[in-house]
Design a protein around this ligand. Structure first.
Ligand code: SF4
Length: 125
């Protein structure tokens, strides 16, 4: 059994670009055609193979956070619990899927569609 700190160190070394939405994907609340599943210390992790796609996901996550600060009563700068991250990510992805009328909650495809439709992620309403 590997302790949490050792697991995090090992994950950083072996998976330098962890999936931004890994919790939502592992919980099967969303999917991504790019995500690469890896096994590490008997746990499943998700790696992102594309730096630009990862950057887009970080932008999307920041947008979810900005827009959820008031409805979820988040304190700016306060650490987020796992439950809050799940609400933020799963709710944000589901909302984006609904806004775009997409059939699947594939994060990479949703971002591409949002950029095609709105020009930029920050133009999403
Ligand atoms: S594109 Fe986004 S959702 Fe897909 S693997 Fe990369 S970080 Fe994860």
């Amino acid at each position: 059994m590997v302790d949490e700190a050792a697991f995090r160190d090992m994950r950083e070394q072996r998976n330098p670009l962890p999936c931004v939405f890994h919790a939502a994907l592992l919980a099967r609340q969303a999917e991504c055609e790019l995500a690469q599943r890896r096994s590490l210390a008997e746990r499943e992790t998700l790696a992102c193979p594309s730096a630009p796609a990862h950057l887009n996901c970080e932008t999307l996550e920041r947008l979810f956070l900005e827009r959820a600060t008031f409805p979820l009563r988040l304190r700016p700068g306060a650490p987020l619990t796992h439950a809050t991250v799940m609400r933020l990510h799963c709710g944000g992805i589901a909302g984006l899927q609904q806004t775009l009328g997409a059939g699947r909650a594939d994060v990479h495809r949703l971002i591409a569609r949002a950029q095609e439709t709105h020009g930029s992620l920050t133009e999403l309403r």
